[in-house]
Design a protein around this ligand. Structure first.
Ligand code: CP
Length: 298
């Protein structure tokens, strides 16, 4: 349900399994033969839905997709509880995304099979945080002791919140929370950093800190979650990570983004050594393969 459900050792075990899969994927082609994954996405998705589907296929299993909501019986008024009961009887594991916070937890209470939260409102996106940490580990050889910048919509962005919470499980040197005043990180996130003694600072100008960062995690302003469109108008386009900003970056800075990107990373950055966001999305498949294997094998 949340990245905070995991201990550091459990995440490290998961990363090791994902690493083993990357090293020799053919060895894992049959491990989930006969298992069925159900994907139920009540909000749009490209990466999370397709990478879970790719992951189960690469492990020898198969998947059912609830598909477009207008073509399911939800369009006839069926409630989420009954929908989950059906998926639970047709599949061995359910991956759900919903705009309501707590929807995945509700589904897990109804289903007998395991349920994975693929995003609930602005709250949690735990498997994104897992693949983000796995990417840092692979590219920097460690997660601890690094300086991180998390930039963008820290108020409504669930990927940003889960990334920050994931860092609290490790021992970062420092986290800079970079956002406009209106989109500062939520208290439920910063209170965890305080409780766990993680050094962090809130700043508005990325130019002030770019030279200190090992990892810059950029996020999209979540237009769809603003209750008031005029609030969105005030902050849209607040940040653009471009070559000018990166001029002062460390040589070995890596720039991550959970994607989709709108305009917060200029296209000119894609061809630079800093850009690691497509590699990050690619690693979603082995990471989710490892997760499915560990859950379904018991
Ligand atoms: N990062 C992420 O959750 O992407 P999708 O919305 O495309 O699944």
């Amino acid at each position: 349900m949340s990245i905070l459900d995991f201990k550091k050792e459990e995440l490290e075990y998961l990363f090791q399994e994902a690493e083993n899969i990357l090293r020799d994927p053919t060895k894992y082609r049959e491990v989930l033969r006969g298992k069925i994954l159900a994907t139920a996405f009540f909000e749009p998705s490209t990466r999370t839905r397709l990478s879970f589907q790719s992951a189960i296929l690469r492990l020898g299993g198969s998947y059912l997709d609830l598909g477009e909501l207008e073509k399911s019986s939800i369009a006839k008024g069926e409630n989420i509880a009954d929908t989950i009961r059906m998926l639970d009887s047709y599949a061995d594991i359910i991956v759900i995304r919903h705009k309501l916070e707590g929807a995945a937890k509700f589904a897990a209470e109804i289903a007998e099979n395991p349920v994975i939260n693929a995003g609930d409102g602005r709250k949690h996106h735990p498997t994104q945080a897992m693949l983000d940490m796995f990417t840092v580990k692979r590219l920097k050889n460690r997660i601890d002791g690094l300086t991180y910048g998390v930039l963008g919509d820290l108020k409504y962005g669930r990927a940003a919140a889960s990334f920050i919470l994931a860092l609290s499980i490790f021992s970062p040197k420092k986290i800079y929370l970079i956002s406009p005043g209106l989109l500062r990180a939520r208290e439920d996130v910063t209170s965890i950093l305080r409780e766990r003694g993680i050094s962090f600072e809130e700043v508005e100008n990325p130019g002030e800190v770019i030279g200190e960062l090992d990892v810059l995690y950029v996020t999209r302003i979540q237009r769809e979650r603003f209750p008031d469109p005029s609030e969105y108008e005030k902050v849209k386009g607040s940040y653009i990570v471009d070559l000018k900003l990166l001029r002062n970056a460390r040589e070995d800075l890596i720039v991550l983004h959970p994607l989709p990107r709108v305009d917060e990373i200029a296209l000119e950055v894609d061809g630079t050594r800093y850009a690691k966001y497509f590699e990050q999305a690619r690693l979603g498949v082995p990471l989710r393969m490892a997760l499915l294997k560990l859950i379904l094998e018991g």
